[in-house]
Design a protein around this ligand. Structure first.
Ligand code: NZQ
Ligand code: ZN
Length: 389
């Protein structure tokens, strides 16, 4: 057992309704020249944009704005926002949106301390030295970007989607009001829920022995998503469902469940290639890949973990043979993604053909091996792609 780790996630969370009255005072701890960053306009439709302006009015804050950040945020967009930050001498970044807006904002903050293309920082050609202080108002439960120090940026010119992070990119404060997610579509709710689950799976499915409590917490988080995602889809304004998904999204990826294990994040490495080439929603790619990846990983060595998952998460009869339980658990997860959540279940249905399988597989493992739950070479990843056709 390797339970040696450092845990430090000092993001201050304001959870629930009515908390934006604290926004101005939190911002002023870090500065007065603020850049509000947001996406394609959902915050204008929902009224959150107006609400933010209202609570910041007459507070001695100079508010600038940068909208139009895309899902799968582009490095060119980040570069444009960095230019604005430098021109306006921005002191604090206020990200209002989902993971894409928050991720882009992290790189805007880091890029402000760098003279050059942000892609150098994303690709680690240049180091991250510092980041402007970031405050977030989360509008979609999915990535956990509101409480982690990483982000993912896409370069459409090279078809690369790459993640990087730095402690200085961790949000200082995040406002998590479940009501702000009422307007999230059924589709994005489903994709976000698949993403939360995947963040837990990437850590949980690991043959390194670890703290029992961390497996129990992981199973509770998985059960929470499985219970509440369908409710949030049927009843978008159900506070309990939205609140459970929102808090689960943060705790799935903020480091709590890691326990010092090696974590190669196999499905994420593979999915980022799908998004890079086909610009698909991250959670959808993960939902299609995950059950196939599980099937591919299932063997005599890994069956005990799937057995544990089947018994503890899906309440499958523990007296059944482990391999039977394992296969049943994977089938139930597929049913959850593709029937209960209504996500499309094959590449064909989302317009991905075989033409780039080899290329994407080579890029996902960087010509080497993803040393995950089951080590995956290029050929293995191609096989998993074929299972998703
Ligand atoms: O752009 P707007 O108009 O705001 O609309 C967005 C977007 O179209 C919409 N949306 C967000 N909140 C809404 C809403 N619509 C109605 N009501 C609301 N309250 O939803 C769409 C998707 O938004 P996006 O931010 O792209 O989704 P998500 O939060 O899933 O973020 C995905 C990005 O995060 C990265 C992904 O790769 C992807 O680029 N990830 C970041 C991680 C991290 N920082 O740790 C980890 C993840 O594994 C992931 O890779
Ligand atoms: Zn993810």
């Amino acid at each position: 057992m390797n339970s040696t780790f450092i845990y430090e996630v000092p993001t201050k969370i304001y959870f629930g309704e009515g908390q934006l009255e604290n926004l101005a005072s939190e911002i002023k701890k870090y500065g007065k020249r603020v850049l509000l960053t947001y996406g394609g306009g959902s915050i204008k439709k929902s009224g959150l944009y107006d609400e933010v302006h209202k609570v910041l009015k007459d507070q001695g804050i100079e508010l600038f704005e940068f909208g139009g950040i895309e899902p799968n945020p582009r490095h060119t967009t980040v570069n444009a926002a960095i230019k604005l930050c430098k021109e306006k001498k921005i002191e604090v970044l206020l990200a209002v949106g989902g993971g894409s807006v928050i991720d882009a904002t992290k790189f805007i903050g880091a890029g402000t301390f760098y003279n050059g293309d942000i892609w150098d920082i994303v690709t680690r050609k240049a180091p991250i030295t510092n980041c402007l202080p970031i405050i977030t108002i989360l509008t979609l439960a999915a990535t956990g970007s509101e409480m982690d120090a990483g982000g993912v940026i896409t370069n459409l010119q090279t078809n690369d989607k790459i993640g990087n992070g730095h402690p200085s990119m961790l949000p200082k404060v995040s406002f998590l009001n479940p009501v702000n997610t009422y307007t999230v579509s059924a589709y994005q709710t489903a994709c976000g829920s698949a993403d939360i689950l995947s963040h837990i799976f990437e850590v949980y499915f690991n043959m390194e022995p670890d703290l029992y409590m961390l497996d129990c917490i992981s199973e509770s988080l998985i059960k929470t998503v499985i219970k509440f995602a369908p409710i949030a889809i049927k009843e978008p304004n159900n506070y309990e469902a939205r609140a459970n998904l929102m808090w689960a999204s943060s705790w799935a990826i903020n480091g709590l469940i890691d326990g010092g294990k090696d974590q190669p994040w196999s499905c994420h490495s593979i999915e980022h290639e799908l998004s890079a080439y086909y610009d698909i929603t991250h959670g959808l790619g993960l939902a299609i890949l995950t059950p196939r990846w599980m099937e591919y990983c299932l063997d005599e060595r890994t069956v005990s973990k799937f057995y544990q998952f089947g018994v503890n998460v899906f309440d499958i009869d523990k007296s059944l043979p482990p391999m039977v339980v394992a296969k049943k658990a994977i089938a139930l997860l597929s049913e959850f993604f593709f029937k209960t959540l209504g996500l499309k279940g094959t590449f064909k249905e989302i317009g991905i053909d075989e033409s780039k399988f080899e290329l994407m597989a080579a890029k996902a493992c960087r010509g080497k091996t993803i040393k995950g739950f089951k080590p995956l070479k290029k050929e293995d990843i191609e096989n998993i792609f074929k299972m998703c056709r």
